[in-house]
Structures are given as structure tokens and as C-alpha cells.
Design a protein around this ligand. Structure first.
Ligand code: PLP
Length: 484
């Protein structure tokens, strides 16, 4: 007799619902068939009654089962009609396709955050009070919006591209023109377009280790082979780049040189120059993902890698997500015309472009006098929250339990736990204690690393969040000791 598989990683209720749906769609349980009671089925399958209740609820929601008080649960007559019809197995379709789902830890974190009140040290974004909401409201009320609301230019809204030319020159020291800019739905879409349009299945690419890229199955979905460039306090090493090219003939390198996610490190100037030399010698494109540099706490953001790029090797990506508001979904790429035109054409096929409204908001904000005071306030607040997090870690954990690198910008703190503990157990223990963080393995590291985001929680929750984390760590370490 069929039984759910407890080790498969798929929740038991989902396996049971899927199994029943399959039996129904194969005609083994025709319309009107009475199902065993929840209690009986729970006994037969060796699960809790609540698991069966959840599985039935899912099938009821799909119209596959119907329940009436007093007469139990049966296969729906109305949905399936007198003649058995075969409904497509949507679950199997949903598991097919070439686009892979998010990593299980990320799905788990999203799920618990939507269901429970937890202290969120996981979501890589700004707290609501760090976004320029009032400034944007004022800017939008000052002048009537009157642009044509038709499909936009394939490269994005011209006033925003024009505003970005000035913004990139003033704040990032980058000289560009509006025809070299592509507006995207966050940096994420730039990464997606690059993987889909400039690379082909089977191509090898190099990414930092650890790296935000590992949290994105989009690389694997595009059929790319990922090779690692270890990150130390100065970033990646040019010799590793040369070696990975020699071994795997990589086609592209993805770097996040300023306040790298997750480590918070800034690549040193010497390494930048040496990496660019290797790239230009090998005609190797570099994607510079630069969403964090303007969060620099000391008011001196590191310049983009691209400012040193005389060979034209660098595709530069930026975003408003980490410096203003992730929900605006405004990102940009500065690239050679051929690349911009190719990606703009692909992007138009996908969604006919980003909505004009957030682009108008972004254009006004980037040109406004509100921008600089906002960035100043953001830097001060992030600095303050980073210090709160560090103080809490020092207070709640013993020095021999944790090591971390202190970043001078960005939203995250990367920690190494000593001795390492099992990622999954620690995450579940933390959820029980009321806090979430991101396990380091999401970014490609081995078990025993964690990433805390201090930008997202309220300042008052950082201390209690770390106290809860410390308790969770002690719970897991105590149970590890007992098992040893
Ligand atoms: C390094 C890095 N790149 C890109 C992104 C995507 O950001 P968005 O698409 O919101 O601009 C993130 C988000 O966390 C990130 O950390």
C-alpha cells in the first residue's frame, strides 16, 4: 500500500493530495466514491489526522472532493460529471518546465514569514521607515503626471534613462548616455536577461563563493555550469579567475564587488585592476552587480569596477532596491549598444516593458533635492542598525561561538558559527524561537554560516532577534552534543 515518503522534502499533506488526485484522475476513484474518514485514512497512511484534513482541504479547494456534514468526503460529482473526465495533473506540470523553484530554505523562509509574526533578519531589503515614502509622495503631488500611457520604449522610459545619466555621473563617477542604458525590473531582471540572451545552455560561468548568485536557481535553469571564485576580505583573486578559465573556459564572470552579498566585503583596488587585466587579456566579460555601494556608512562609496574598465569588459548593473525601495522594481544596466539592443528586444517579448508609473517616480526622485538627504539618512540608520546587531551578537553569544566580518556598507552581516551546526536544524530552531535568518548554504557555503540582514527589522527588534537566535543555537548545539 502507498505511503507518503517522509524523507522526500515535500510536505506530507501535499504528497497525499497528489496521490489522491492521481488516483482520481486515472479513474481508480470515480466520481461519487466515498473516501475513508480522516481518522481512518490517517491511520492507514501513518500520519496525523491534521495532515489528512489539510490534504482534503486542498482537494476541496480544487473542486476535486466535496464534503457534507454527516456524510463524509467523496469524489466530486459536479466537477467530474457523470462521465469520468481526466483533469490535467497540474502538480506534475508545475514540477515540470525548465525553470527551477527557489532553494528550499528560501521557500521555507517565505512561507513562515507569510504565516507567522517573526523577527525578520532574513529579507534582504530596507525597513519601511528607511524608504523615501514621504519624499516620493511629495514629488508626485508637486506636478501632474501627464506622460502617454502606451507601451514604453524597449530600453525603458526616456526621462528615467536621462535622469540616470546624471545620477550615475554624479554618484557613481560613470559616464554614459541614455542609449547605453536599459531599464529593468530590478537588477534581478538584468541578471535574468544576461543568462538567457548572452549565454547558452552548457556555458561555464564564474561566480563568487559565497555569492547571491547561488540563491538564484535561474543560473541552473538556463543550463549554465557555475564555477567558484573564493571571496576573502579583498574580494576574489585574479589567479583563481585565470585558473577557472584555464580549466573550464568560462564565458562570463559575475561579481558584486562593493559590499558583497552575503559577505559585506569590498574588493580591493589592486585586485580590481588585476582582475580587469585578466578579463581584458582573455576577452572575458564581467557582470558588475552594484546595488549596495551608495549605502556606504562613511559617505565615501567605493567606485564601480566599471570606472577602471578601459577595455569595455564590464556590464554594469544597478538598482533602487537597496537604496530606496525594492517594491518600485527599478533597476538598470549600462552596456554596449549591441547588448542593450539585444536584451531590450528580448525583454519586450517577455513583458512589453516595465510600467511607466514607477519609472516616472524613479526619474523624479533621482533628479530631486530629496535624494541626497535621503541617502545621508539611510547611511546613518544602516550604520546604527549594524552596530546594534554587532552589540547584540557580542552580548548574546560567546566569542568562541561566532566570528564575523564587520562591513562598512550594505545591509548584511555574514557570520561563521563555531563549531558549525546543521543549517536546517538551526533554521527550524530559530523559527520556533521567533526569528528568521538565511542559512549560509543558500549562498553556496558549507553548513555553519549565517547571513543576518539588519536593514529589514525595526531597530528595537534586533536585540531580541539575536537573543532568540542565540537560544536557538544553544538548543541545536545541546542536541548535537547529546547525539554525539
Ligand atoms: C547582489 C544582489 N544583486 C541583485 C539583487 C536583486 O535585487 P533587485 O532585483 O531588487 O534590484 C539582490 C537582491 O537581494 C542582490 O543582493
Amino acid at each position: 500500500m502507498w505511503k507518503p515518503d517522509r524523507d522526500s522534502g515535500t510536505p506530507l499533506y501535499e504528497q497525499i493530495a497528489d496521490h489522491l488526485e492521481r488516483r482520481i484522475s486515472y479513474g481508480e476513484l470515480p466520481p461519487g466514491t466515498q473516501l475513508p474518514s480522516e481518522r481512518k485514512l490517517a491511520e492507514q497512511l501513518g500520519v496525523n489526522r491534521s495532515t489528512i484534513i489539510q490534504a482534503f482541504a486542498e482537494l476541496r479547494a480544487m473542486g476535486i472532493l466535496e464534503s457534507r456534514t454527516g456524510s463524509g468526503t467523496r469524489v466530486s460529482l459536479s466537477k467530474w460529471g457523470a462521465i469520468p473526465k481526466h483533469t490535467p495533473n497540474w502538480k506534475r506540470y508545475a514540477e515540470g518546465g525548465s525553470f527551477l523553484p527557489n532553494p528550499p530554505f528560501m521557500r521555507r523562509i517565505r512561507e513562515v514569514l507569510s504565516q507567522q509574526e517573526l523577527i525578520d533578519l532574513a529579507s534582504g531589503e530596507l525597513a519601511a521607515d528607511l524608504a523615501p515614502t514621504d519624499e516620493i509622495a511629495t514629488l508626485m503631488s508637486e506636478r501632474r503626471f501627464s506622460s502617454y500611457l502606451g507601451y514604453d520604449h524597449p530600453q525603458g522610459y526616456l526621462p528615467l534613462r536621462q535622469a540616470l545619466v546624471g545620477f550615475l555621473e554624479t554618484h557613481r563617477g560613470l559616464q554614459t548616455t541614455e542609449s547605453s542604458i536599459l531599464i529593468t525590473s530590478g537588477s534581478q531582471q538584468s541578471l535574468y536577461l544576461i543568462t538567457q540572451c548572452l549565454l547558452a545552455p552548457g556555458d561555464a560561468v564564474a561566480v563568487e563563493d559565497p555569492s547571491y548568485c547561488y540563491s538564484l536557481p535561474m543560473f541552473q535553469s538556463a543550463g549554465l555550469r557555475l564555477f567558484r571564485l573564493p571571496v576573502d576580505e579583498e574580494g576574489v583573486h585574479p589567479d583563481d579567475l585565470r585558473e577557472v578559465y584555464r580549466m573550464h573556459r568560462i564565458k562570463m564572470v559575475f561579481l558584486n564587488p562593493n559590499y558583497q552579498n552575503p559577505t559585506g566585503t569590498v574588493m580591493s583596488e589592486a585586485r580590481r585592476k588585476a582582475v580587469l587585466e585578466v578579463a581584458s587579456e582573455l576577452a572575458l566579460p564581467i557582470v558588475e552587480d552594484d546595488p549596495f555601494s551608495l549605502t556606504d556608512y562613511n559617505g565615501a562609496p567605493p567606485p564601480p569596477f566599471k570606472t577602471l574598465d578601459t577595455a569595455g569588459s564590464v556590464l554594469y548593473i544597478g538598482s533602487l532596491s537597496k537604496i530606496a525601495a525594492s517594491g518600485l522594481r527599478i533597476g538598470w544596466m549600462v552596456a554596449p549598444r549591441t547588448v542593450v539592443e539585444r536584451l531590450a528586444d528580448a525583454r519586450q517579448q517577455m513583458d512589453f516593458g516595465l510600467s511607466i508609473i514607477p519609472q516616472e517616480i524613479a526619474a523624479r526622485f533621482l533628479r530631486s533635492e530629496a535624494l541626497l538627504p535621503h541617502l545621508d539618512r539611510l547611511q546613518v540608520e544602516l550604520h546604527y542598525k549594524r552596530d546594534l546587531l554587532i552589540e547584540a551578537l557580542r552580548r548574546e553569544l560567546r566569542p568562541e561561538q561566532i566570528e564575523f566580518f564587520i562591513p562598512e556598507g550594505g545591509l548584511h552581516l555574514w557570520c561563521k558559527l563555531l563549531p558549525p551546526v546543521h543549517d536546517g536544524r538551526l533554521l527550524e530552531a530559530a523559527i520556533r524561537r521567533g526569528v528568521v535568518f538565511v542559512p549560509g548554504s543558500v549562498y553556496g557555503s558549507e553548513s555553519g554560516y549565517v547571513r543576518f540582514t539588519f536593514a529589514r527589522p525595526d531597530a528595537a527588534d534586533i536585540g531580541p532577534g539575536i537573543a532568540a537566535f542565540a537560544q536557538a543555537l544553544n538548543d541545536v548545539q545541546a542536541s548535537q552534543d547529546t547525539n554525539n
